[in-house]
Design a protein. Structure first.
Length: 85
């Protein structure tokens, strides 16, 4: 019974990491404020790293959280690009 709960929690952590990263990336493209993009990307990166740690037992769920981390990094890069240009 404990194994099923563990599998469900890693899957939820993976999807949360992906969702937060995607929301941060979408918000960075929609907003015109570089500070907002950088802050949302940083928060998304921290949440995604935590979710990667929580889902480390299952490689598929960890890949979801890693994709969220990638999208959060994209958000930070967009914010830095807005500052640069």
């Amino acid at each position: 019974m404990a194994t099923q709960h563990h599998i469900a929690s890693t899957k939820i952590a993976g999807f949360i990491g992906l969702f937060v990263g995607v929301i941060a990336a979408i918000a960075s493209f929609v907003t015109k404020s570089p500070n907002t993009a950088i802050v949302l990307g940083s928060v998304g990166a921290v949440v995604s790293i935590f979710c990667m740690w929580k889902s480390r037992k299952n490689i598929d769920d960890m890949q979801l959280a890693t994709a969220g981390l990638f999208m959060a990094v994209v958000s930070v890069v967009v914010g830095l690009w807005l500052i640069y240009s």
